[in-house]
Write a protein that binds this ligand. Sequence first.
Ligand code: AMP
Ligand code: MG
Length: 629
Amino acid sequence: MTFKHKMTGMILAGGRGTRMGRVDKGLQPFRGGPLAAHVLQRLAPQVAQLAINANRNQAAYASIAVAANSDAPVWQDDLTGFEGPLAGLQTGLRRCETDWLLTAPCDSPFLPDDLGVRLAEALLRDDADLAVAVTMDADESGDAYRRVHPVFALMKKSVLPKLDAYLETGGRRMDGWYGAIKVTQVLFQEAGAFRNINTLADLKDMEKLAEPAASGFGRKASLSAGEAQRIIRDAITPVTAVEKVALRQALERVLATDVISPIDVPAHDNSAMDGYAFRGADLSADAPTTLRVAATVLAGRPSGVHIPTGECARIMTGGVMPDGLDTVLPQELAAAITPDSVTIAPGTIKTGANRRFKGEDLAIGKPALHQGKIVTPADLGLLASLGMAEVPVRRRLRVAFFSTGDELRSIGEALEPGCIYDSNRYTLYGMLTRLGCDVIDMGAVRDDRAALEEALRTACTSADAVITSGGVSAGAADYIKSIMTELGDVGFWNLDMRPGRPMAFGRIASEGRQSWLFGLPGNPVAAMVAFYFFVRPGLMKMMGTTASHFTVRARSAVTLRKKPGRTEYQRGIIYIAPNGEREVRITGSQGSGILRSMSEANCMVVLPHEQGDVAAGELVEVVMFEGLI
Ligand code: AMP
Ligand code: MG
């Protein structure tokens, strides 16, 4: 028998997470999603209605429900002050619209699939008020005992007055309340199913357990640049919305579908030269051949003429080849020309020369361009040659960004002692605009908890991706990390690279909207380098295309100091040396705050992870700032 229709499943996420350093347990990343999402997923098939009991981060929990396609409401305890699970039960019993309430903690991603049905059977059989899960466990001396899991319980709504009364007396303990009602225990074999997570160390251990590989973003503190790029690339998927834009507007946009050629280009066999079209078979191998000019074919007119054997047509470049003719003699190669004949010396031309075939550029029904391509000027021309007035492209990305730091002033504000003008918002504006994103500049935000949270939430609800700068290193006054953690699944990385060690990446959610998050370091050069090598590839994947850099190799003009074990991005100037070879030198001081090193550069020298010092004259890899097209 199924009891599903009688049950509301409530996830208990209302605790303070004291043992976890006060982080919100249910929001902790675990195998690619917040912990609570796993519980939601396991409970959903077992109950008629779902709910989440949470006393903070309600919006984040609401968005977990939305992401799981569930209409689970988020209920806050009626009792204020984090009064423990009984306060959650009270709230759940008051609000639920079914006869029974099934509860599970937000940190139990492995709860049994038959939790509800088995507790329900016992509840009916024993006519109890509450059924609770127990497992057999071993105590320190190895003796078996029944271990009660008090928050994995099914209770009747009718038990509410007794709970209210117990709470009135000041009671807060689960087992204390159990004394006042009729409880039945249900033995589950799978002890592991009730494993829950009380500390961050537990969480780490859980990640290592069997089942699918972990994919949260926060597992590993120290990453190589390549690993970080891979995590970003694997996590992000392209936006799906497609729009049709007029041909010219498609420049620099990402093609959303393959473009299948509706016609042959060219539409007919035609001449590549101004000259004389004839049959190659009419040429004599060892004597001059004279052909009578039977007709003249101009470009842009259907030919329709028939040229008899042994005769030819005067033809212009692009002129349609008359049927049966296969070769064009450029007029400047003729041995002799009269108004009605042309003479060709032996060996002047091969059969088939200067004839363009129908469809040789673009064949009807074949892909002319592939989806994911960024439309170049050449592509515009190609699409025009197909007669396409409109082009399907992916929608533009919306990217919101803001800077963080009390020391930052915006242009137009007075620069008090100790303050600096915010430059990152301008480099970001430039880089994002060039990438074709719609940008939302949210200004500079003080190192203030409420202001930062507000900014992140607003950014999250209005953009596909959010980029922040500053505050992701170990700085004490930087709250942004903890807020990011609360809003989603974010990893804080110490990258083995220079410049730009600290970086955050992940997903945040607010009011049911999700957004990708890139937290860049504050130092201006570090922020730019991190953008080019991590954010840009991520955004390009989101745009539906793949990132490429215009890379060349060049000789280093100087010795470069480099430690193995990190990737370095040095700013350089590439030029052609007097010996004709490409050479690169470094632009002055490479400090991560020295934006001039970037402004003067026309390229970046990328020294890979394992690389040690580079001697003058050695070849290095160079990423050009400007491409060709
Ligand atoms: P943080 O990553 O917040 O510790 O900042 C590192 C350094 O970068 C500090 O010297 C900041 O003053 C500087 N910085 C942070 N944000 C910006 C910005 N938007 N523009 C210019 N410099 C910044
Ligand atoms: Mg700062």
